[in-house]
Design a protein around this ligand. Structure first.
Ligand code: THU
Length: 136
């Protein structure tokens, strides 16, 4: 597919293998195409103190920001298994993506076998609150 889609999905799938998910056994990988064209990856990082766990999308956003990019052109999330429910981003991660993305930014959701479904940010987080809602 065009625009490096295959590369983005492959990056999300590859980084999923590095997830630290000993408590849920639910490994997730995320890959972001930044505005520079670079790809930033992250995996979920769980913790023995359960609430301190971090989602794959949050890890990838941190990598993007640390590297200097500030816009998400596209994001791919790979988790779960074929036949199971989609590994759509959680509510908190939808908001995290919102900070750096546009309403039409694609969010590709897959499992290790490949793409399952593509959404836009607007579809997953309608009527969202973002930087422009702050009146200063
Ligand atoms: N998880 C993610 O990393 N991203 C998602 O989109 C959904 C859920 C993680 C959080 C936790 O480590 C595990 O998957 C089970 O919820």
């Amino acid at each position: 597919m065009a625009d490096g889609f295959d590369e983005l999905m492959a990056a999300a799938r590859a980084v999923r293998a590095n997830a630290h998910a000993p408590y849920s056994n639910f490994k997730v990988g995320a890959a972001i195409r930044g505005e520079s064209g670079r790809i930033f990856v992250g995996a979920n990082v769980e913790n023995a103190a359960y609430p301190q766990g971090q989602c794959a999308e949050a890890s990838a956003i941190g990598a993007m920001v640390a590297a200097g990019d500030r816009r998400i052109a596209a994001i791919a999330v790979v988790g779960g298994e074929p036949g199971n429910e989609l590994c759509t981003p959680c509510g908190g991660c939808r908001q995290r993506i919102r900070e750096f993305a546009a309403p039409d930014t694609p969010i590709h959701v897959g499992d290790p076998a490949g793409l399952r479904r593509s959404f836009t940010l607007e579809a997953l987080l309608p009527h969202s609150f973002g930087p422009t809602n702050l009146a200063f």
